[in-house]
Design a binder for this molecule. Structure first.
Ligand SMILES: Cc1cc2nc3c(=O)[nH]c(=O)nc-3n(C[C@H](O)[C@H](O)[C@H](O)COP(=O)(O)OP(=O)(O)OC[C@H]3O[C@@H](n4cnc5c(N)ncnc54)[C@H](O)[C@@H]3O)c2cc1C
Ligand code: SF4
Length: 352
């Protein structure tokens, strides 16, 4: 690992000033970033620690819902007595992240801003679009496609070609980036209509969690809507109907300490035996976690049953276009959806 300068600002303003420069990046728990620096896939020379900034930790009641600081650890989410009822799905997702050691170290903000797990992205020796050192996607032609999208690689925006490059194939014509988003906390946050609070050089702004995550069609080098100098400070969970319940389940290669290959956050309230306020968010199967409105439409207003759950599972994959070596993810997704819908119906409060 190359030498770095470690900076410990006491305020967001101070942190933002340094973070506006391209050689600086924020560090929270460091569980993802230090990996990147050691592997040589990131080359920042200044690390701006968020640890000394007041007010970025903890979970508190807020306007009928909850406000969670970005430095709250994954472990604190898992064990919080406030993440119950409708919010229990976030605690369930936290329990599935990595290992206990990493959950003590990793934070909510770092989880949402973590970089992709595509094996080629993580290898400094394989140039690619996302790392910015190549003009192709080696993963798309490889057998290692667990952490790649089954909903297509978003085409990259056409790059304006300088005159000397005319005649070369533009990046947008040779494919896109297929890396998926690895965060386990993102799908439940989108299902709960969470808002991400961001602070930076232009002040404070809030984004719906669904709009926070961005794909390669916006910028292949980034996975979120943060501008230079901005950090995530909080996540706000709005009030939810007390009878609404959700769950999060993930499929992974090993049961302990592994990233999702496919995941689903599913929630609804049973009103007169019918599923109401249905939310279904798919994770680890596309560049961003996303609400599957097709699945929600199948479930909304219907009584839960094996048949309805099976139709929902088919709707989840109807528009998928897997690569040569990751079609198996569609079966995982089907199972997560159909089992999740029924598990919620059978155990109305699956996560205490
Ligand atoms: C072996 C291993 C297994 C893992 N398994 C999982 C898993 O199963 N599920 C899962 O979801 N994740 C997993 N992770 C990924 C990740 O490390 C953790 O989820 C953790 O929560 C990241 O938090 P951190 O504070 O350590 O982030 P850091 O490493 O400190 O930061 C990660 C990224 O986020 C940026 N960042 C951090 N905080 C902020 C902020 N407040 N505002 C703006 N940018 C910020 C950093 O600049 C960096 O780019 C795993 C990591 C490892 C090493
Ligand atoms: S999927 Fe994206 S991150 Fe992975 S090799 Fe292709 S361009 Fe790089």
């Amino acid at each position: 690992m190359r030498p770095v300068t470690f900076i410990e600002p006491a305020s967001i303003g101070e942190a933002s000033k340094v973070l506006a420069a391209p050689d600086a990046t924020a560090i929270a728990g460091g569980s993802d970033l230090l990996d990147e620096l050691k592997e040589g896939t990131a080359a920042f020379t200044r690390l701006v620690s968020l640890a000394g900034i007041e007010g970025l930790r903890g979970i508190e009641a807020h306007e009928g819902g909850l406000r969670i600081g970005a430095l709250t650890t994954v472990w604190e989410l898992e064990t919080s007595s406030l993440l119950t009822g409708p919010y229990a799905m976030l605690a369930e997702a936290a329990r599935g992240v990595a290992t206990p050691e990493l959950r003590h170290q990793g934070t909510l903000g770092g989880n949402l801003c973590q970089r992709p797990r595509c094996y080629f992205y993580r290898n400094a020796l394989t140039p690619c679009f996302k790392k910015g050192d190549g003009d192709g996607c080696p993963a798309a032609e490889s057998p290692y496609q667990n952490y790649l999208s089954v909903f297509g690689g978003e085409p990259l925006p056409p790059a304006p070609s300088p005159p000397e490059e005319r005649g070369r194939t533009p990046a947008s014509a040779v494919g896109g980036c297929y890396a998926t988003h690895a965060s386990d906390l993102a799908p439940p946050l989108i299902a709960l209509d969470a808002r991400i609070v961001i602070e930076g050089p232009s002040g404070i702004r809030e984004l719906p969690a669904a709009a926070f995550f961005t794909g390669p069609e916006v910028d292949v080098r980034r996975e979120n809507a943060l501008h230079p100098g901005e950090i995530v400070t909080h996540v706000i969970l709005p009030p939810v109907s007390p009878g609404w319940r959700g769950l999060y389940s993930k499929a992974r290669e090993r049961t302990a300490g592994d990233f999702a290959i496919a995941s689903a956050a599913i929630g609804y309230e049973l009103v007169d035996g019918r599923m109401t306020g249905v939310r279904v968010v798919l994770g680890a199967v596309a560049a961003t976690p996303f609400r599957s409105t097709a699945v929600e439409a199948v479930l909304e207003g219907r009584a839960p049953s094996e048949d309805v759950a099976a139709s929902a599972a088919e709707a989840a994959v109807a528009r998928a276009s897997p690569l040569e070596h990751n079609g198996f993810k569609l079966d995982l997704l089907r199972a997560l959806i159909s089992r999740g819908v029924m598990r919620l119906a059978e155990h109305r409060n699956p996560s205490p």
